[in-house]
Design a binder for this molecule. Structure first.
Ligand code: ADP
Ligand code: MG
Length: 433
C-alpha cells in the first residue's frame, strides 16, 4: 500500500487508466493531488477545461479508483488554478456548451474526405463573418462534425478573448427557445442569440418538424447575417435534403459554403488511430494501427471503440501492444457481434427497464419509454451491423434520422452521465453473454 499522498495519487491514476481506458488521457500524468483530507481528494488540473472534462467524464472512475487503492470511501474534486486560466473567464460563461479538450484542430487528422470542411472551419475561425457565411458542414454520424465545431469555437476564442460565442446543439437551442416562451423570457432569449459574434449550432436536422423553433431560428439567422456575424451549422444531410424544413430556411443555409465530410480513407484511419493512441498515452505499433484501421471502416467513433477494446485486453500496459493482442481483442468483438440480433437487444432492454416491446414500437414519447427506445437504437447500432433504416424499422418504423439522433444523444449521455454509463455497461454485458 502506498505511503504518502503523491504515491497514493500515482497509484490512483494508474488504476483509472485500467478502469476507464476510453476516457484516460496522457495529460493525466500532469495532474497533482492538492490535498487529501477527511476522505476528500482534491486534484489540481492544468486549466478549467481539463477540470470540466474530468468532472463530466471521469468522476466515477476516479472515485472508484481512489476507493480501490485506499480501501476507503473517497470523494474526488477537480479544480484548476483560476489565475493561470486566462481565455476562460467572462466570455466563456456565455459559450452555452463546454468545449471538449480533445476537439482541437491539432488533434484533427486531415484527409481527402474532410479536407474542404477542415480548411473552411480554419478559415472561418480566423476571420469571423468575413469568409464563408454561413458555413454548413454535413456528413454522416461519427465523421468529426462536432469535433470541428468545437475547434472553431476554441480557435475563435483564442484569437479574440472578447468574442461573444454561442455554441449549442440544435436540441438545446430548441429547448431553450421553448423554455423562454414558457417563462416569458423571450426578449432575453432573442437578445442573447441575436447579438453574438459567432453562433454555432450542431445537428440542425433536429429542426425538422419544429415549426415554432424554425421560425425563431429563421429570425435569429437573419439578424446575425445582417450584422455580419458568423454562423456555423452542422447536419447529417445537405440543407435541401433535411425533411420538412421550409425552403426559405434551407436556401439561407445554402447561401454561404456547404462542405461535405466523407468517410475517411484507409490512410486517414491509420493516422487517426495513431493520433488517438498518442492522446491516450498508448503505445501501439504501425502494424496494430493498420490492423484496427482495416477492421473498422466507416464511423470514427467505432474506430476509437476498437482502440479501447484493444487497450483493455492489453491490461492498460505502457509497453507496446502486440498485433496478437489486437487481433485477439477485435477478433472476439467481431465474432461476438455477429450473433446478436435487434430482437435480443429489445428483449434485454425491455426486461431491464420493465417496459413492453410494444411500447418501444409505439408512438409514446414519455421519457420512461423514449429513453429505453433510444438506448435500443444505440445498442443496435453499436452491437449489430444493421443499417439505421433497419434499426428504425424494428422500433416502430422510425426513420434513419431519428435513429441517428438517438445514437448521438445516448453517445453523449454515455460520456457525461455516470448512471447511463453503467446502465449501458450492464446492458451490453447481458446482451453479449
Ligand atoms: P459527428 O459529430 O460527425 O457525429 P464527432 O465529431 O462526434 O462526429 O466525432 C466522433 C469521434 O471521432 C470524435 O471522438 C472525434 O474526435 C473523432 N474524429 C472524427 N474525425 C476525426 C479526425 N479527422 N481526426 C481525429 N479525430 C476524429
Ligand atoms: Mg456530432
Amino acid at each position: 500500500m502506498a505511503q504518502n499522498t503523491s504515491e497514493i495519487f500515482e497509484a490512483i491514476i494508474e488504476r483509472v487508466k485500467l478502469l476507464d481506458p476510453a476516457n484516460s488521457r496522457k495529460w493525466f500524468d500532469s495532474l497533482a493531488a492538492k490535498s487529501f483530507n477527511g476522505g476528500l481528494l482534491e486534484i489540481t488540473c492544468p486549466d478549467k477545461e481539463s477540470a470540466d472534462f474530468l468532472s463530466d467524464h471521469c468522476s466515477g472512475s476516479f472515485t472508484r479508483a481512489a476507493q480501490q487503492v485506499t480501501g476507503h470511501l473517497v470523494s474526488v474534486k477537480f479544480s484548476s488554478d483560476v489565475k493561470a486560466d486566462k481565455g476562460q473567464t467572462a466570455p466563456m460563461s456565455g459559450m452555452g456548451h463546454k468545449l471538449h479538450p480533445d476537439y482541437t484542430f491539432d488533434n484533427f487528422v486531415v484527409g481527402p474526405g474532410n479536407r474542404l470542411a477542415h480548411a473552411s472551419c480554419v478559415a472561418v475561425s480566423n476571420s469571423l463573418g468575413r469568409t464563408y457565411n454561413p458555413l454548413f458542414i454535413y456528413g454522416s454520424v461519427g465523421l468529426g462534425k462536432t469535433h470541428l465545431l468545437h475547434a472553431i469555437c476554441r480557435e475563435a476564442r483564442n484569437n479574440c478573448a472578447n468574442a461573444r460565442i454561442q455554441f449549442l446543439s440544435c436540441e438545446e437551442f430548441v429547448n431553450r427557445f421553448i423554455s423562454a416562451i414558457e417563462t416569458g423570457s423571450l426578449a432575453e432569449f432573442k437578445a442573447l442569440y441575436r447579438t453574438v459574434h459567432l453562433l454555432v449550432i450542431d445537428d440542425v436536422q433536429f429542426l425538422r418538424e419544429r415549426e415554432h423553433s424554425q421560425e425563431e431560428f429563421f429570425h435569429t439567422f437573419n439578424a446575425l447575417y445582417d450584422n455580419r456575424s458568423q454562423i456555423v451549422l452542422s447536419a447529417d444531410s445537405p440543407p435541401g435534403q433535411i425533411p420538412s424544413l421550409p425552403e426559405r430556411l434551407t436556401s439561407r443555409f445554402k447561401c454561404g459554403l456547404v462542405a461535405r465530410i466523407d468517410s475517411p480513407t484507409y490512410e486517414t484511419r491509420v493516422a487517426i488511430v495513431q493520433k488517438k493512441a498518442r492522446l491516450r498515452g498508448m503505445n501501439i505499433s504501425d502494424e496494430v494501427a493498420e490492423h484496427i484501421a482495416g477492421m473498422v471502416k466507416t464511423n470514427i467513433r467505432e474506430l476509437e471503440g476498437a482502440l479501447t477494446t484493444v487497450y483493455a485486453l492489453a491490461g492498460g500496459t505502457e509497453e507496446e501492444i502486440s498485433l496478437d493482442i489486437a487481433k485477439q481483442a477485435l477478433g472476439n468483438r467481431e465474432s461476438v457481434n455477429r450473433n446478436i440480433t435487434i430482437t435480443d437487444i429489445i428483449k434485454v432492454v425491455t426486461a431491464y427497464y420493465d417496459v413492453r416491446p410494444a411500447d418501444l414500437q409505439s408512438k409514446k414519447r414519455s421519457q420512461s419509454i423514449a429513453m429505453p427506445r433510444q438506448i435500443c437504437m444505440y445498442l443496435a447500432r453499436n452491437l449489430t451491423s444493421h443499417s439505421l433504416e433497419e434499426i428504425g424499422g424494428h422500433l416502430g418504423g422510425r426513420d434513419h434520422t431519428t435513429v441517428m439522433h438517438a445514437c448521438s444523444k445516448i453517445n453523449d449521455l454515455e460520456k457525461t452521465n455516470n448512471k447511463i454509463h453503467s446502465q449501458l455497461e450492464e446492458l451490453t454485458k447481458r446482451i453479449v453473454r
